[in-house]
Structures are given as structure tokens and as C-alpha cells.
Design a protein around this ligand. Structure first.
Ligand SMILES: [Mg+2]
Length: 299
């Protein structure tokens, strides 16, 4: 049944698995990294993933850049005359190569963002992911500037003993966004808390009813959008938690066991029902929503 088209003035999007292939890139890159660690260390994969999960929980991310520095169990296989970093460097190379190859926009995303920009509709990204990797992905996928603003917290993943710029080989300016404006949100405020989304809406001077929010997570994105009464839209094309490969992510997740189980809970009523659903891609928004310029003009 065709539903009436809604009108909106602002689009707020989740990023990972809404705009780009986050899980696929994470899995391919982490798989490559872990395979190399197992090969070089001779340590059982289960023992490694258990140790890695502890580090991920400590830093609140599954994209921690300095895992090798934190995993003392790796030392046992390091030959004399080499440092731990030198010996395990092939693991980082394998991870970076896979990440580069697998991080791509979902079909139709760029075109949709370009159309909205030409119409004067502001598009804003809101993510819980680390700023460093989010900047990298925005640049890698070529959408710097197509998002007017990025809302996320500052990085919190570097151990105090490591200066990020020393380990990331390129000058800090390389990773900065050139057009998209990064607005920092308080650390520890996580979806589905409505705090940040409400702030975004207020900052743009629109109402929640004029705001469309798109994301791939029922328990985070849809629950949050419904709680502020924005127009909630599920990016069903990006949902990956039923993927057989998802168990690797769960085994090293920074989430608690309760959150991991809650996401998987498919019983009716446990998770909210989305108002609108995009089956194939972001371009389907056009079928459901007529976007107007964010700035009101005197008509
Ligand atoms: Mg997501």
C-alpha cells in the first residue's frame, strides 16, 4: 500500500552500515589481522579473542588501533632482536589493506546526498564510532562536505603512553575533514539516548516532526528516533546482525553480554517497529519523503 509522502527539512543519518559497509569492512580487516596474529604467535584463536575483548571493553570500541601494544601475551613468540611491534607488523598491514578494499558506500548514497545538498536540505551524520576512523571513512568514500556536520565524540582510544600522530605515520592534518564540520558530543552518551539527536534538531532550528533519522539498528537508531518523535527510518539494507560472520564481532565486542543478547532477541515487541523501512538503499527515501530546504525562506 502506498503511503502518503511526508515532508521534512532535515536528514540525520547514522553512518556505519547506513552510508557505508562498516561490518563487512570490519570483519574482513579484523579476520585478516587475527589470522596473522594466530600465525605469528602460535596462540589459540579463542585465547586471543578473549584477551582482545578485554582491551575493547576497556576502551569502548572494536576498532582499537593499538591492540598489539596492549596484548602482553604476544611477547612469548617475539624472536630476540625484534620488538613486539616489528614482529607483528604484518598483521597491521593485512588489516589496513582489507579495510581499504572493503570500505565502500552503499549503492545510491552519494547520489542521494548530492541531490539533497542541491535542494538545500542539510544532511548531518551522527555516530558512536571513533572520530579517527570516521574521518578516515568519510575521506575514503569521498563524502567530505556532503555531510554538513558530523556529530560524534572525540577519540578516547589512545593509551596515554602513545601519541597518535607517531603511530599513524601521516600528519594529523591528513585525517582532518576539510568541509564537513565536526561537532563533538559528550563522551559516554550512547544511542538510544535522545540527548544528541535532540541537540542536532535544536541546532538546526527545525522541529522533530520535520526531521528524518535513518539508521540500521532497531535497538539504537530506531528507538532513539522514536523517543524524540522524529520520522524514524530503518536502513534494513545495512542490518548485519544475522550474518553468520557476526559471531566474530560478538566474541571481541566492547558491548556487555546483555547488549549482545538483546540485539539478537527477535521476539515480537522487544524492539521497536520502524515507521519507514528502506530495503535496498538510501535512495528509497525519495519514495517516502519530500525534502524541503532546511532554512526557511519568506514565502
Ligand atoms: Mg550503524
Amino acid at each position: 500500500m502506498a503511503s502518503r509522502k511526508r515532508t521534512a527539512r532535515l536528514l540525520v543519518v547514522d553512518l556505519d552500515d547506513t552510508l557505508w559497509t562498516w561490518f563487512d569492512a570490519w570483519h574482513k580487516s579484523f579476520r585478516a589481522f587475527l589470522d596473522e596474529l594466530v600465525r605469528l604467535s602460535g596462540i589459540d584463536e579463542q585465547n586471543l579473542t578473549a584477551a582482545i575483548r578485554t582491551v575493547h571493553q576497556k576502551y569502548g570500541t572494536t576498532e582499537f588501533s593499538w591492540l598489539i601494544d596492549e596484548l602482553d601475551i604476544l611477547d612469548q613468540a617475539v624472536p630476540s632482536g625484534k620488538t613486539r611491534d616489528e614482529y607483528y607488523d604484518p598483521a597491521l598491514h593485512a588489516q589496513n589493506k582489507a579495510r581499504k578494499e572493503a570500505t565502500v558506500l552503499y549503492p545510491g548514497v552519494k547520489n542521494t546526498l548530492e541531490k539533497l545538498r542541491s535542494r538545500g536540505t542539510t544532511v548531518i551524520g551522527y555516530t558512536e564510532s571513533l572520530a579517527f576512523w570516521t574521518h578516515w571513512r568519510i575521506q575514503r568514500t569521498g563524502i567530505d562536505g556532503l555531510l554538513a556536520y558530523l556529530y560524534s565524540s572525540e577519540d578516547h582510544d589512545s593509551p596515554s603512553c602513545v601519541v597518535p600522530e607517531q603511530r599513524r605515520h601521516l600528519p594529523a592534518s591528513y585525517y582532518q575533514l576539510r568541509e564537513t564540520v565536526h561537532r563533538h558530543v559528550p563522551k559516554g552518551v550512547l544511542k538510544p539516548s535522545p540527548f544528541v539527536l535532540q541537540q542536532i534538531i535544536d541546532d538546526q532550528g527545525v522541529t522533530a516532526a520535520e526531521t528524518v533519522y535513518v539508521g540500521d539498528s532497531l535497538m539504537k537508531d530506531i528507538a532513539m528516533a522514536q523517543s524524540v518523535e522524529a520520522i524514524d527510518v530503518l536502513a534494513q539494507y545495512g542490518m548485519r546482525f544475522r550474518d553468520p560472520r557476526y559471531s566474530l564481532l560478538q566474541s571481541v565486542s566492547h558491548w556487555t553480554d546483555q547488549m549482545v543478547q538483546y540485539e539478537q532477541d527477535g521476539r515480537p515487541g522487544v524492539h521497536p517497529t520502524p515507521t519507514l523501512t528502506l530495503a535496498e538503499g538510501l535512495h528509497e527515501l525519495d519514495e517516502h519523503v519530500a525534502f524541503k530546504p532546511t532554512q526557511r525562506t519568506n514565502e
